[in-house]
Design a protein around this ligand. Sequence first.
Ligand SMILES: C[S@@+](CC[C@H](N)C(=O)[O-])C[C@H]1O[C@@H](n2cnc3c(N)ncnc32)[C@H](O)[C@@H]1O
Length: 178
Amino acid sequence: MVTDSGVFSPGRIDPGTQLLLDRLEGPGARPVTPGDIVDVGAGYGPIAVVAALRNPDRVVWAVEPNERARALCTANAESAGVASRVRVVAPGGVPDGATVAAIISNPPIRVGKPALHDILGYWLRRLEPGGAAWLVVQKHLGSDSLAGWLRRRGCTVRRLCSRRGYRVLEVTGDFTPE
Ligand SMILES: C[S@@+](CC[C@H](N)C(=O)[O-])C[C@H]1O[C@@H](n2cnc3c(N)ncnc32)[C@H](O)[C@@H]1O
């Protein structure tokens, strides 16, 4: 994939992103139910493009505010042959009323808790029944506190794995807005 300075983890795939992608293919991984997939905070597209390659019949929304990252994500989807199914958009660019079967994300933790809760809440409200979110978060950037907040909002949160300070959370159930 092509990357560039000024986007997240330009020199190599982020170890958290790698862990998330590995865990979703591994033994015991829960299958993605039919429907669209969203990558919240797509960057140059490693999650969105891999999700599109692994789920050949699906639309993958790649949501990303950084214009340069969106251009790189589009280029990476093209070179992987999945451009027709990877919809690269800025936040707010997904049609009103759209729902998703899966959220797969290395989310933008550094925006701060209130903004992160707004971003994740927006997508969790659009998760279809039976769907799931898979999030990778560093322990020292608040994975346990995020899991606590999601549980208080009615979700079931399972820690799928933990490696080198990164945790992969699987989130299911009905999200109750605050
Ligand atoms: C941790 S990085 C992950 C990037 C990419 N998915 C990867 O794994 O390399 C989080 C991304 O979220 C983006 N971001 C920041 N604010 C956002 C928002 N409000 N909605 C969606 N994405 C946002 C950042 O620009 C950044 O690219």
